[in-house]
Design a protein around this ligand. Structure first.
Ligand SMILES: C[S@@+](CC[C@H](N)C(=O)[O-])C[C@H]1O[C@@H](n2cnc3c(N)ncnc32)[C@H](O)[C@@H]1O
Length: 284
């Protein structure tokens, strides 16, 4: 079958899904399978593809029709201009998280030697983007899940990053059990922050495929902010910074939690949609 006919068959499978861009998705899947750039697909619509590719392509498009996120099917997502390996079991990095990374990179002078802890590494998107952009930073990333630690290490390797290390464990326990006796200049986290009762209403792609462990922030969505804010000051240097990504309506609540835990100079930053997105403050 030629490329254009195969694309049409694949697109027909996913056209019903209102959130997908059928043509672009079909092109991306076929480009991935043929290991070519997507422009090749646009230009060579009359080129024959093998039966094996045809079969694989229809298999992937069938999964996509059932709500599997494209990023898991292609095992790729771009973040901060870097290409990350992704698989089910890690959160797909979101564009809004780039704001937190840009904020941290701007805050630390690229030449200064700083120790940074990233709580809940997922694919390693935050840790590795900071490490890549700030070669003098020393980044430690921790996560409770085995898959995030495995995937973060795969990305560390493929991106050629040496100034980041990953440890598995429940929050700060990961440091204790690995005998990392460090104080950090910055602790950063994009923790799970969805309210448990809102999980049911998430898009099927997120609800049925992304890890619950990366999403569920407890009954009011704030469990991790409470726990991290309480425990983090022990691991921060004097005047060290704690910086969070937050849900769009959690700014005031997270600020209050940080205030109660004794942090100073707390600020809330908005994203490009004008929603609260980052809260940060300093150890007193
Ligand atoms: C919202 S995801 C963020 C992933 C990644 N940092 C990003 O921004 O794409 C939250 C991460 O926290 C991890 N996590 C959940 N509970 C944890 C715990 N108790 N200790 C450490 N990590 C935890 C999850 O496995 C998940 O990878």
């Amino acid at each position: 079958m030629v490329i254009n006919d195969l694309l049409a068959r694949g697109m027909a499978l996913i056209e019903e899904r209102e959130y997908s861009n059928p043509r672009l998705e079909a092109v991306l899947v076929l480009a991935h399978l043929l290991e070519v750039d997507k422009s090749y697909i646009y230009i060579h619509g009359d080129k024959e593809v093998s039966k094996d590719i045809e079969h694989e392509f229809m298999g992937i498009m069938g999964k996509r029709a059932n709500g599997h996120p494209l990023q898991y099917l292609l095992n790729r997502e771009d973040f901060m201009g870097l290409s990350f390996y992704i698989e089910e079991g890690v959160l797909i990095p979101r564009p809004e998280t780039e704001l937190l990374v840009e904020f941290i990179i701007d805050y630390i002078c690229k030449d200064s030697r700083v120790n940074i802890l990233d709580i809940g590494v997922g694919s390693g998107a935050i840790s590795l983007s900071i490490a890549k952009n700030c070669p003098n930073a020393r980044v430690i990333g921790i996560d409770i899940g085995d898959t995030p630690i495995k995937v973060a290490n795969i990305n560390k390797e493929s991106l050629g990053i040496e100034n980041a290390l990953f440890y598995q464990g429940d929050m700060f326990e990961a440091l204790e059990k690995n005998k990392i006796d460090k104080r950090f200049h910055i602790i950063v986290s994009n923790p799970p922050y969805i309210r448990t009762k809102d999980l049911e209403d998430l898009q099927v792609e997120v609800r049925d495929h992304e890890p619950l462990l990366a999403l569920d922030g407890g009954c009011d969505g704030l469990n991790f902010y409470r726990r991290i804010s309480k425990e983090a000051s022990r691991y921060l240097k004097a005047d060290g910074m704690l910086a969070y990504e937050i849900g769009f309506n959690q700014g005031e609540e997270v600020r209050d939690i940080m205030l109660q835990e004794g942090y100073k100079d707390i600020s809330i930053l908005k994203d490009y949609q004008g929603h609260d997105r980052i809260v940060y403050g300093f150890k007193n």
